[in-house]
Design a protein. Sequence first.
Length: 240
Amino acid sequence: MSDVNEVLSIRNVSCQRGEHAIVKNLNLSVHAGDVVVLQGRSGTGKTTLLKCLAHLTSYEGDILLFGKKPQEYSVPQYRTRVLYVPQRVSLLPGTPRAFVETVCKFGARQKSVGQSALDRTASLTNAQNLAESWGIDHELWDRVWNSLSGGEAQRLALAAAVALPGCEILLLDEPTSALDQESSVLVETHLLELIRSPESGLKAIFWITHSEDQARRVGTRFLTFKGDGLIVEDDIHGEV
Ligand SMILES: Nc1ncnc2c1ncn2[C@@H]1O[C@H](COP(=O)(O)OP(=O)(O)OP(=O)(O)O)[C@@H](O)[C@H]1O
Protein backbone atom coordinates (compact mmCIF):
# COMPACT_ATOMS: atom_id res chain seq x y z
CA MET A 1 0.00 0.00 0.00
CA SER A 2 1.41 3.42 -0.89
CA ASP A 3 2.29 5.81 1.93
CA VAL A 4 0.71 9.17 1.04
CA ASN A 5 2.88 11.09 3.52
CA GLU A 6 6.10 9.74 2.11
CA VAL A 7 8.40 12.35 0.56
CA LEU A 8 11.44 10.28 -0.30
CA SER A 9 11.60 6.53 -0.60
CA ILE A 10 14.93 4.72 -0.45
CA ARG A 11 14.49 1.14 -1.62
CA ASN A 12 17.24 -1.47 -1.46
CA VAL A 13 19.92 1.10 -2.21
CA SER A 14 23.49 -0.15 -2.43
CA CYS A 15 26.66 1.59 -3.48
CA GLN A 16 30.00 -0.05 -4.11
CA ARG A 17 33.46 1.37 -4.71
CA GLY A 18 35.64 -1.33 -6.25
CA GLU A 19 35.34 -4.35 -3.96
CA HIS A 20 34.22 -2.19 -1.07
CA ALA A 21 30.53 -1.89 -0.07
CA ILE A 22 29.84 1.69 1.05
CA VAL A 23 26.04 1.36 1.36
CA LYS A 24 24.39 -2.07 1.56
CA ASN A 25 20.68 -2.58 0.97
CA LEU A 26 19.40 0.58 2.64
CA ASN A 27 15.65 1.01 3.00
CA LEU A 28 14.21 4.20 4.44
CA SER A 29 10.93 6.00 4.16
CA VAL A 30 11.28 9.74 4.71
CA HIS A 31 8.29 11.88 5.71
CA ALA A 32 7.57 15.61 5.79
CA GLY A 33 9.24 17.20 8.81
CA ASP A 34 12.00 14.58 9.14
CA VAL A 35 15.48 15.81 10.00
CA VAL A 36 17.57 12.70 9.44
CA VAL A 37 20.93 12.95 11.19
CA LEU A 38 23.80 10.88 9.75
CA GLN A 39 26.58 9.92 12.13
CA GLY A 40 29.48 7.52 12.12
CA ARG A 41 33.24 7.33 11.89
CA SER A 42 35.10 9.04 9.11
CA GLY A 43 35.05 7.10 5.84
CA THR A 44 31.95 5.01 6.63
CA GLY A 45 29.91 6.39 3.72
CA LYS A 46 27.84 9.36 4.92
CA THR A 47 28.82 11.67 2.06
CA THR A 48 28.45 8.85 -0.45
CA LEU A 49 24.85 8.27 0.65
CA LEU A 50 24.02 11.98 0.24
CA LYS A 51 25.54 11.86 -3.26
CA CYS A 52 23.37 8.83 -4.08
CA LEU A 53 20.29 10.71 -2.85
CA ALA A 54 21.20 13.69 -5.05
CA HIS A 55 21.83 11.35 -7.98
CA LEU A 56 25.42 12.56 -8.16
CA THR A 57 26.94 9.09 -8.04
CA SER A 58 25.92 5.66 -9.28
CA TYR A 59 23.96 3.25 -7.06
CA GLU A 60 21.74 0.20 -7.25
CA GLY A 61 18.15 0.18 -6.09
CA ASP A 62 15.60 2.97 -6.24
CA ILE A 63 15.38 6.47 -4.82
CA LEU A 64 11.94 7.96 -5.41
CA LEU A 65 10.86 11.56 -4.81
CA PHE A 66 7.08 11.58 -4.36
CA GLY A 67 7.02 8.13 -5.95
CA LYS A 68 8.97 9.15 -9.05
CA LYS A 69 12.53 8.37 -10.17
CA PRO A 70 15.02 11.24 -10.76
CA GLN A 71 14.88 10.63 -14.52
CA GLU A 72 11.12 11.30 -14.50
CA TYR A 73 11.82 14.88 -13.36
CA SER A 74 14.99 15.15 -15.50
CA VAL A 75 18.12 14.78 -13.42
CA PRO A 76 19.15 18.51 -13.30
CA GLN A 77 15.66 19.47 -12.09
CA TYR A 78 15.62 16.61 -9.58
CA ARG A 79 18.90 17.98 -8.21
CA THR A 80 17.32 21.39 -7.59
CA ARG A 81 14.55 19.65 -5.60
CA VAL A 82 16.89 17.31 -3.74
CA LEU A 83 19.76 19.70 -3.22
CA TYR A 84 23.20 18.62 -2.04
CA VAL A 85 25.25 21.25 -0.19
CA PRO A 86 28.84 19.98 -0.21
CA GLN A 87 31.22 20.08 2.71
CA ARG A 88 33.92 21.98 0.82
CA VAL A 89 32.05 24.65 -1.12
CA SER A 90 35.32 26.52 -1.73
CA LEU A 91 35.93 24.00 -4.54
CA LEU A 92 32.95 25.33 -6.52
CA PRO A 93 33.73 27.44 -9.62
CA GLY A 94 32.70 31.11 -9.95
CA THR A 95 30.93 33.23 -7.37
CA PRO A 96 28.00 32.60 -5.00
CA ARG A 97 25.85 34.99 -7.10
CA ALA A 98 26.59 33.00 -10.29
CA PHE A 99 25.77 29.77 -8.43
CA VAL A 100 22.29 31.02 -7.47
CA GLU A 101 21.64 32.25 -11.01
CA THR A 102 22.71 28.93 -12.57
CA VAL A 103 20.58 26.79 -10.24
CA CYS A 104 17.58 29.11 -10.78
CA LYS A 105 17.92 28.58 -14.52
CA PHE A 106 17.73 24.77 -14.06
CA GLY A 107 14.57 25.31 -12.04
CA ALA A 108 13.17 27.55 -14.78
CA ARG A 109 12.83 24.55 -17.08
CA GLN A 110 10.57 22.93 -14.55
CA LYS A 111 6.95 23.97 -15.11
CA SER A 112 5.95 23.87 -11.46
CA VAL A 113 8.84 26.15 -10.49
CA GLY A 114 8.59 28.79 -13.18
CA GLN A 115 11.43 31.28 -12.77
CA SER A 116 11.30 34.66 -14.42
CA ALA A 117 14.24 37.07 -14.22
CA LEU A 118 12.22 38.84 -11.53
CA ASP A 119 11.89 35.61 -9.51
CA ARG A 120 15.62 35.02 -9.83
CA THR A 121 16.34 38.48 -8.47
CA ALA A 122 13.92 37.79 -5.61
CA SER A 123 15.68 34.48 -4.83
CA LEU A 124 19.03 36.22 -4.72
CA THR A 125 17.67 39.02 -2.52
CA ASN A 126 16.18 36.44 -0.12
CA ALA A 127 19.49 34.60 0.01
CA GLN A 128 21.42 37.84 0.59
CA ASN A 129 19.09 38.91 3.38
CA LEU A 130 19.29 35.53 5.07
CA ALA A 131 23.08 35.45 4.82
CA GLU A 132 23.21 39.00 6.19
CA SER A 133 21.26 37.84 9.25
CA TRP A 134 24.08 35.29 9.69
CA GLY A 135 26.73 38.04 9.52
CA ILE A 136 27.59 37.93 5.78
CA ASP A 137 28.07 41.25 3.89
CA HIS A 138 26.39 41.57 0.48
CA GLU A 139 29.73 42.19 -1.26
CA LEU A 140 30.83 38.61 -0.56
CA TRP A 141 28.29 37.34 -3.10
CA ASP A 142 30.59 38.59 -5.87
CA ARG A 143 33.82 37.08 -4.59
CA VAL A 144 35.03 33.77 -6.06
CA TRP A 145 34.35 30.84 -3.75
CA ASN A 146 37.99 29.99 -3.15
CA SER A 147 38.73 33.50 -1.83
CA LEU A 148 36.18 33.13 0.98
CA SER A 149 36.87 31.74 4.43
CA GLY A 150 35.44 28.30 5.19
CA GLY A 151 32.78 29.78 7.46
CA GLU A 152 31.81 32.51 4.97
CA ALA A 153 31.53 29.99 2.15
CA GLN A 154 29.40 27.64 4.28
CA ARG A 155 26.92 30.37 5.22
CA LEU A 156 26.69 31.64 1.62
CA ALA A 157 26.08 28.13 0.26
CA LEU A 158 23.43 27.41 2.88
CA ALA A 159 21.66 30.72 2.34
CA ALA A 160 21.68 30.10 -1.41
CA ALA A 161 20.31 26.56 -0.99
CA VAL A 162 17.56 27.63 1.39
CA ALA A 163 16.46 30.60 -0.74
CA LEU A 164 16.28 28.62 -3.97
CA PRO A 165 12.71 28.02 -5.05
CA GLY A 166 11.70 24.40 -5.40
CA CYS A 167 14.15 22.86 -2.93
CA GLU A 168 12.22 20.13 -1.10
CA ILE A 169 14.98 18.02 0.41
CA LEU A 170 18.20 19.53 1.69
CA LEU A 171 21.26 17.28 1.90
CA LEU A 172 23.71 18.95 4.27
CA ASP A 173 27.26 17.67 4.53
CA GLU A 174 28.61 18.96 7.87
CA PRO A 175 27.00 22.35 7.16
CA THR A 176 28.35 24.15 10.22
CA SER A 177 31.76 22.49 10.59
CA ALA A 178 33.59 25.79 9.90
CA LEU A 179 31.29 27.96 12.06
CA ASP A 180 31.64 29.17 15.64
CA GLN A 181 29.02 28.02 18.13
CA GLU A 182 26.96 31.22 17.92
CA SER A 183 26.75 31.15 14.11
CA SER A 184 25.99 27.40 14.16
CA VAL A 185 23.01 27.93 16.44
CA LEU A 186 21.71 30.79 14.25
CA VAL A 187 21.85 28.54 11.20
CA GLU A 188 20.29 25.56 13.01
CA THR A 189 17.45 27.71 14.35
CA HIS A 190 16.61 29.06 10.92
CA LEU A 191 16.62 25.62 9.27
CA LEU A 192 14.42 24.13 12.00
CA GLU A 193 11.96 27.04 11.74
CA LEU A 194 11.81 26.48 8.01
CA ILE A 195 11.11 22.78 8.19
CA ARG A 196 8.36 23.32 10.75
CA SER A 197 6.70 26.11 8.77
CA PRO A 198 3.63 25.04 6.75
CA GLU A 199 4.41 27.81 4.21
CA SER A 200 7.86 26.47 3.46
CA GLY A 201 8.43 24.15 0.48
CA LEU A 202 11.20 22.38 2.39
CA LYS A 203 10.01 18.92 3.40
CA ALA A 204 12.99 17.10 4.87
CA ILE A 205 16.66 17.50 5.72
CA PHE A 206 19.52 14.99 5.79
CA TRP A 207 22.23 16.36 8.06
CA ILE A 208 25.73 14.94 8.53
CA THR A 209 27.35 15.97 11.79
CA HIS A 210 30.21 14.81 14.00
CA SER A 211 28.75 16.79 16.92
CA GLU A 212 26.63 14.80 19.38
CA ASP A 213 25.18 18.05 20.73
CA GLN A 214 24.14 19.25 17.31
CA ALA A 215 22.65 15.84 16.48
CA ARG A 216 20.43 16.07 19.57
CA ARG A 217 19.43 19.67 18.84
CA VAL A 218 18.39 19.16 15.22
CA GLY A 219 17.58 15.48 14.65
CA THR A 220 14.23 13.75 14.58
CA ARG A 221 15.69 10.51 13.15
CA PHE A 222 19.17 9.09 13.49
CA LEU A 223 21.20 6.90 11.14
CA THR A 224 24.47 5.44 12.37
CA PHE A 225 27.02 4.29 9.80
CA LYS A 226 28.76 1.22 11.19
CA GLY A 227 31.17 0.53 8.30
CA ASP A 228 31.14 -2.10 5.52
CA GLY A 229 27.90 -0.64 4.19
CA LEU A 230 25.88 -1.27 7.36
CA ILE A 231 23.61 1.65 8.29
CA VAL A 232 21.35 1.35 11.32
CA GLU A 233 18.45 3.58 12.32
CA ASP A 234 18.30 4.25 16.05
CA ASP A 235 14.83 4.24 17.64
CA ILE A 236 15.82 7.02 20.00
CA HIS A 237 19.07 8.91 19.60
CA GLY A 238 21.90 6.73 20.87
CA GLU A 239 19.76 3.64 21.40
CA VAL A 240 19.84 1.20 18.52
N1 LIG B 1 35.06 8.34 -5.92
C1 LIG B 1 35.52 7.44 -5.06
N2 LIG B 1 36.32 6.44 -5.44
C2 LIG B 1 36.78 5.51 -4.57
N3 LIG B 1 36.51 5.51 -3.26
C3 LIG B 1 35.72 6.52 -2.81
C4 LIG B 1 35.18 7.52 -3.68
N4 LIG B 1 34.43 8.37 -2.92
C5 LIG B 1 34.51 7.92 -1.66
N5 LIG B 1 35.27 6.80 -1.59
C6 LIG B 1 35.58 6.02 -0.39
O1 LIG B 1 34.34 5.63 0.15
C7 LIG B 1 34.43 5.63 1.57
C8 LIG B 1 33.32 6.49 2.14
O2 LIG B 1 33.61 7.87 1.88
P1 LIG B 1 32.65 9.03 2.38
O3 LIG B 1 33.24 10.31 1.92
O4 LIG B 1 31.28 8.71 1.96
O5 LIG B 1 32.76 8.87 3.97
P2 LIG B 1 32.22 9.82 5.14
O6 LIG B 1 31.55 8.92 6.12
O7 LIG B 1 31.41 10.91 4.57
O8 LIG B 1 33.58 10.38 5.73
P3 LIG B 1 33.93 11.76 6.53
O9 LIG B 1 33.20 11.69 7.85
O10 LIG B 1 35.42 11.68 6.67
O11 LIG B 1 33.49 12.91 5.65
C9 LIG B 1 35.82 6.11 1.93
O12 LIG B 1 36.64 4.96 2.18
C10 LIG B 1 36.27 6.84 0.69
O13 LIG B 1 37.67 6.79 0.55
